[in-house]
Ligand binder design. Structure first.
Ligand SMILES: *[C@@H]1O[C@H](CO)[C@@H](O)[C@H](O)[C@H]1NC(C)=O
Length: 446
């Protein structure tokens, strides 16, 4: 029965696949190897993790690819070569991209450092600033719900003898400003708080945090990977000193990102890499011109289309929420209902394990938890930090709606309904029916 229930053909999917093969001529072997010859491809909705630049989904921005291709093929000079025209043309493309990134966030191009992505940017900002000012200042503040790469950077700093305050968040996922204010010490060098949480989509009060940090003489770093290009962010107005940027979250290529480092008042940091001193000594290593160009193009498209996109995503998210909550009982929206980016909807469904829900929804490619941590089935540390019951932490799943349309929405809601029917077979549900208290169940830790 469960098999039949989970197989529910969807006309849109088929149209989608036709477009895909007609317009992009995906190599057939790849499709067959990965998904089996006769199965329709799942609808790709795992966009928070990052859409693929190439195939499946024609929603991925071909304009970015168009901008990049000449630098993969014809203009192959090293952008740091000062002695010949090949170098100069690559350099001018790289500088144009730098300006596009800077324009999106209201920065000066000289404040943009290209990196391999937000993980590197976060490492660079957190470790770099704290180590540089480490003689006099030995303290850093972050939150319990930061991305793993910020938390792990802080752990490394702790092992070097620095002290770290991991601020708790309130049940709506937002930090308490008063608590932040109280936590700042005379020897605090840096506060690192992400703009939009990658798991529950809440938007921290960045403006207030920036204002507080500036008035207390502490540098403020924000991980903007989920936010840059999706909501307006002006580093000048918001008093942000360092901001991490990722390309693939805004339909750019994977493997490139940037770090904004303020010049006035000047933020100094100890570079992570030693070498040729590229990027004003902050990040040695050749800048990959095609990737940088892709990031620049993605930023300028995001800037031009931000208002439209935001409206569309909001409307879709509202519709999704309405459809799901009107048809399914016991659904909880994680995180603050208002202070959030609408394109990240994190729902908890009572009584169901996240992984079994994912399997039931196999024609929608969602992910349970962050892709960076989804190798483990451990309940999200983010959900634990906001105090959700452990059984709810196990049964949450997120829907990402950046770049989905009406038809995708319909498919999702149908899938969820189908899953609800199938969930009658899920053991957990049966246990509840038998009157077992699910809070007493011991979850295995992996
Ligand atoms: C950012 O804010 C500054 C100061 O208010 C302003 O001069 C600048 O034009 C803004 N930039 C963008 C891209 O909004």
């Amino acid at each position: 029965i469960s098999h039949r229930l989970t197989y529910f053909p969807c006309i849109y999917l088929i149209i989608f696949i036709l477009c895909d093969t007609l317009f992009f001529k995906l190599p057939e072997q790849i499709q067959k190897q990965e998904l089996g010859r006769d199965e329709p491809r799942p609808l790709y909705m795992d966009f928070q993790t990052g859409p693929l630049l190439w195939p499946y989904c024609f929603r991925n921005d071909p304009r970015v690819l168009d901008a990049m291709l000449p630098y993969q093929v014809n203009f192959y000079g090293n952008p740091h070569s000062r002695t010949h025209a090949y170098g100069w043309e690559s350099e001018s493309a790289m500088e144009k991209a730098r300006k596009q990134v800077a324009d999106l966030i209201g920065a000066d191009p000289r404040e943009i450092v290209f990196t391999s992505g937000a993980t590197e940017s976060n490492n660079m900002a957190v470790k770099g600033v704290v180590r540089f000012y480490g003689q006099k200042k030995r303290h850093v503040i972050t939150t319990q719900t930061e991305h793993k790469c910020v938390l792990d950077s802080c752990r490394v700093l702790e092992s070097e003898g620095f002290s770290v305050t991991y601020l708790p968040v309130q049940s709506n996922g937002l930090i308490d400003l008063e608590l932040l204010d109280k936590s700042i010490r005379p020897d605090t060098s840096l506060v690192s708080i992400m703009t939009i949480n990658n798991e529950i989509g809440v938007k921290q009060p960045i403006r207030d945090i920036g204002h507080l940090c500036r008035s207390r003489g502490v540098f403020f770093h924000t991980d903007g990977a989920q936010a840059v290009g999706k909501i307006p962010l002006n580093v000048t107005e918001l008093n942000i000193d360092l901001m991490s940027i990722s390309a693939h979250k805004i339909y750019g290529p994977k493997g490139v990102g940037a770090l904004f480092v303020r010049r006035r008042p000047r933020v100094r940091l100890e570079p992570l890499q030693s070498g040729g001193g590229q990027e004003r000594g902050l990040r040695s290593g050749t800048v990959p011109t095609p990737l940088a160009v892709g990031l620049g193009a993605a930023c300028s498209i995001a800037q031009a289309e931000m208002v439209y996109d935001h409206q569309r995503v909001s409307a879709l998210a509202q519709r999704l929420m309405h459809k799901i909550t009107s048809q399914i009982p016991d659904v909880i929206l994680n995180g603050d209902p208002d202070q959030r980016y609408p394109g990240c909807v994190n729902l908890s469904f009572a009584y169901v394990e996240g992984e079994s829900l994912l399997m039931a929804l196999k024609d929608v490619a969602l992910s349970s938890g962050s892709a960076c941590t989804s190798a483990s089935l451990e309940p999200s540390y983010v959900l634990r930090a906001i105090g959700a019951d452990e059984d709810l932490a196990h049964s949450s799943i997120r829907y990402f709606y950046y770049y989905c349309d009406y038809y995708a929405l319909k498919c999702t809601v149908q899938s969820v309904r189908r899953w609800i029917l199938a969930s009658l077979l899920v053991p957990l549900w049966e246990m509840v029916q038998e009157g077992i208290d699910i809070k007493s169940i011991k979850w295995t830790q992996h």
